[in-house]
Design a protein around this ligand. Structure first.
Ligand code: FMN
Length: 212
């Protein structure tokens, strides 16, 4: 699956097939994660892969009782090493860079998961202190996301979320100045730009197939 296809087909999946996710696939997700860019190449991320039923149950409780966290075959707990970033970049490293770095790593994971046929959901609503003590996470690390992973159930397609068009959130040169050159162009026109043309064509064909 090409990268743009993966971006467009990724959506949060919250119902999963019960079958296990092979470690090889989890490994590919993590490989993608550690190839993300990071400030000063510090790579402040660390991961805990959870498959144990009881631990997932506790994670779901910590995640404000979001049941699908318990039901997902795998939960990847993503942590940032605050000390690593703070040592090099001080407060900006601790409060901004390490979070940005790790978010990039997470998105890499989600996109590769999609290309592998896996469903994921990025869960940010959880009590950090509960997750820390449950998983023996040391003080220097902050858990910032739970990524639920599993094979989606084919007949339970999640509803597509809608995006604000980029023209509505993009300005030209200075804030507030409309990005005029693209304004008059339709989405159809933009998607015809190469090299996306072929990917979009394939995507559209697949969407038509799905509707049948
Ligand atoms: C930082 C962050 C935190 C999120 N936390 C949750 C969460 O706690 N529970 C949940 O069900 N989805 C969570 N999501 C998923 C979003 O709801 C979802 O990405 C958004 O609605 C767009 O839908 P899509 O992922 O299907 O495109 C989170 C996403 C992000 C990026």
């Amino acid at each position: 699956m090409e990268v743009f296809e993966s971006i467009l087909s990724r959506q949060s999946v919250r119902t999963y097939d019960k079958k296990d996710v092979p470690n090889e696939l989890i490994g590919q997700m993590l490989e993608a994660a550690v190839h993300a860019p990071s400030a000063g190449n510090i790579q402040p991320w660390e991961f805990i892969v959870v498959k144990d039923k009881n631990t997932k149950k506790e994670l779901a409780l910590a995640a404000l009782r979001q049941r699908f966290v318990e039901e997902a075959p795998v939960v990847i707990v993503v942590c940032v090493n605050l000390e690593k970033s703070a040592d090099r970049y001080g407060d900006r490293g601790k409060n901004l860079y390490c979070i940005q770095d790790t978010a990039a790593a997470i998105e890499n994971m989600l996109l590769v998961a999609t290309s592998l046929g896996l469903g994921t959901c990025w869960v940010g609503a959880f009590e950090e202190s509960k997750v820390k003590s449950l998983l023996n996470i040391p003080e220097r690390l902050r858990p910032i996301a739970l990524i639920t992973v599993g094979f989606p159930i084919p007949y339970e397609k999640p509803r597509r979320t809608i995006r604000i068009p980029f023209e509505s959130v993009t300005y030209s040169e200075k804030y507030g100045r409309i990005f005029g050159w693209i304004e008059e162009k339709s989405t159809e026109w933009r998607l015809k730009l190469r090299p996306l043309e072929e990917h979009i064509k394939k995507l559209k064909e697949r969407m038509v197939e799905r509707k049948r």
